[in-house]
Design a protein around this ligand. Structure first.
Ligand code: HEC
Length: 91
């Protein structure tokens, strides 16, 4: 029983850390061009329907293949993590 409680406690602790990791990644890799709210770039507003209407897979694919972007994300896992944060920018 104690083990179960411990596992549950550890899982509950990891949720905010996961969200923090997504944000930390966005802050270090994306904010310079897109801004903290995703609206800084004149070319594309990350909170807009143009971006938010795309599937997670499409956004991950963009990030791992597009010129500027593929040098910013190390791998598909990082791309997925940062996409999670981008979802939170939705209007
Ligand atoms: C050096 C500046 C720069 C950085 C850093 C950067 N971006 Fe971008 N991003 C752009 C520009 C410019 C565009 C629009 C032009 C284009 O499509 O290449 C864009 C477009 C996008 C789009 C729109 C894709 C679409 O289909 O229209 C998304 C989503 C995006 N960026 C996410 C990110 C994320 C997440 C990061 C961090 C990992 C990031 N960007 C880092 C400059 C940047």
């Amino acid at each position: 029983m104690k083990k179960v409680a411990l596992i549950v406690a550890v899982c509950m602790l990891m949720v905010p850390f996961a969200a923090f990791a997504d944000e930390a990644l966005f802050t270090s890799k994306c904010v310079s061009c897109h801004g903290a709210d995703g609206k800084k770039s004149a070319k594309v507003d990350l909170s807009s329907a143009k971006v938010q209407d795309q599937s997670d897979d499409d956004l991950v694919k963009f990030l791992t293949t597009n010129g500027i972007h593929k040098s910013k994300v190390a791998d598909v896992e990082q791309a997925k993590s940062v996409v999670k944060f981008v979802r939170g920018l939705k209007k």
